[in-house]
Ligand binder design. Structure first.
Ligand code: FAD
Length: 411
């Protein structure tokens, strides 16, 4: 893999900025260009549904790097510009303002966009997604005057929004068609604990209930009608029902896509001169769960580091351990590994004080979900990253101690 006359990155988010920085850190001195369709300096998304929404952070504090970073490190940032066409034969990328860029290596770091609401009324005023700074700015403004807030989707973002909403405005109602919060991304004990805590804080949680229509008057939303006939009053509706990867540019250029832009374990697409990283990339799970796509800061940043190493002469397959966090008010959830497909769990600790759920597949530990128990999370990350085999019997042993086990695995 060679960066040739220069690296052009489509998307100027978490993955793109990390890639540019890692390329420079590794001594790459050719041109690096980031093309991003949002107007601001690249920013962090996680605080959008947490501290920013609760009014604890300003938009300037969200920037991933200050303006000087791009100047000092000679990284060309083309903000507010959209890549519209990729000609792989000529190695050229066309932007919406008529600019044509040539590249030695092209990186697609196009992220994802909110899944559209599949019911009528999604375009009414007062209905807002939560993906961009512009979305969060609108929601923050609306919360100051809102009376009736409904959140559609009890996933990470919906529940984070619900917690921030309680802190900044009215107590929301959360509706989800699924029977458990945070879908299949967490185990049943973790989901049950979070559902209970949100309800204790007076959030009405309607699980297993399907929204059928958003109703309005004079173009403004006034309510959410559920399939069973109940209508929830609403002047603000926050929608968080998942995302779709931005694959259109890749697809139109004839690259392989399948639930994401398909890459190999070196993050290269079906064209050796084009890679994909971050939320848009569908990559082979090094732990054998087939092709996966992850939406996390860890994945975006680690894939960027891995690709920068390959482009500067030290290729290695992408094998980083996935980890993730979700902060919902006082609840701090940290996940090491992937619990998808687990068949057994063991809970250690106490719900009131902090606990961890150990998730097993075929007798072996695949993930640890820690709630207000950060030391467990750090130990679990090291243990799983080291490839240590931890069995169901190990963890059910009354004397089991995660940190002691980690020391044993290292010895
Ligand atoms: P992005 O950061 O989305 O960047 C992609 C950029 O590319 C976007 O600006 C997009 O507009 C642009 N783009 C797309 N197509 C084009 C084009 N053709 N031309 C030019 N530009 C284009 N992760 C965690 O680990 N923990 C959390 O607590 C957490 N909280 C989150 C809260 C919210 C509200 C959101 C939205 C996400 C959260 N995430 C969290 C996920 C995390 O932010 C993403 O996984 C991460 O931003 C992915 O980085 P990326 O670079 O792949 O994509």
């Amino acid at each position: 893999m060679s960066p040739g006359p220069g690296v052009v990155v489509v998307g100027a988010g978490q993955a793109a900025v990390q890639l540019a920085e890692s390329l420079r850190d590794a001594g790459f001195d050719g041109p690096v260009t980031l093309v991003g369709d949002e107007p601001q300096l690249p920013y962090q998304r996680p605080p959008l549904s947490k501290e920013y929404l609760a009014g604890k952070l300003s938009s300037a504090e969200l920037a991933l790097r200050g303006e000087r970073f791009y100047v000092d490190r000679d990284i060309e940032l083309l903000a507010g510009r959209r890549a519209v066409h990729l000609d792989r034969g000529r190695r050229r990328l066309n932007l919406d303002d008529g600019t044509e860029l040539s590249y030695g290596h092209l990186v697609l770091a196009t992220g994802a966009r909110p899944r559209p609401l599949p019911i009528p009324g999604g375009r009414l005023d007062g209905v807002v997604n939560l993906r961009t700074l512009a979305d969060a700015q609108e929601l923050r403004q609306r919360l100051a005057a809102a009376r009736d807030v409904v959140v559609i989707g009890a996933g990470f973002i919906g529940l984070e929004f619900a917690a921030a909403c309680r802190a900044a405005g009215p107590t929301p109602v959360v509706v989800d068609i699924a029977g458990q919060v945070m879908g299949r991304a967490v185990s049943a004990p973790t989901a049950a604990h979070f559902a209970e805590r949100h309800q204790q804080l007076d959030t009405r949680l309607l699980l297993g209930r399907a929204p059928a229509e958003l109703v309005g008057r004079q173009g403004r939303v006034t309510g959410v009608r559920l399939a069973d006939g109940e209508t929830l009053p609403a002047d603000t509706v926050a929608v968080g029902i998942g995302v779709l990867p931005n694959v259109e540019l890749a697809e139109a250029a004839g690259l392989r896509t399948a639930g994401g832009i398909v890459v190999d374990d070196y993050l290269v697409t079906s064209d050796p001169a084009v890679s994909a990283i971050g939320d848009c990339a569908a990559f082979p799970d090094p732990r054998g769960a087939g092709r996966i796509r992850l939406e996390s800061v860890q994945n975006a940043a680690d894939q960027a580091r891995c690709l920068a190493a390959a482009l500067t002469g030290t290729p290695r397959p992408y094998t980083a351990l996935p980890w993730f966090w979700s902060y919902q008010g006082a609840l701090r959830l940290q996940i090491a590994g992937l619990s998808t497909g687990h068949d057994r769990t063991v809970v250690r600790g106490e719900p009131g004080k902090g606990f961890s759920v150990f998730c097993f597949r075929d007798g072996f530990l695949t993930a640890v979900e820690s709630v207000n128990r950060a030391p467990d999370h750090m130990a679990a990350r090291r243990l799983l990253a080291a490839g240590a085999r931890v069995t169901f019997e190990d963890v059910t042993d009354p004397g089991f101690n995660l940190r002691a086990h980690l020391r044993g695995a290292r010895a």
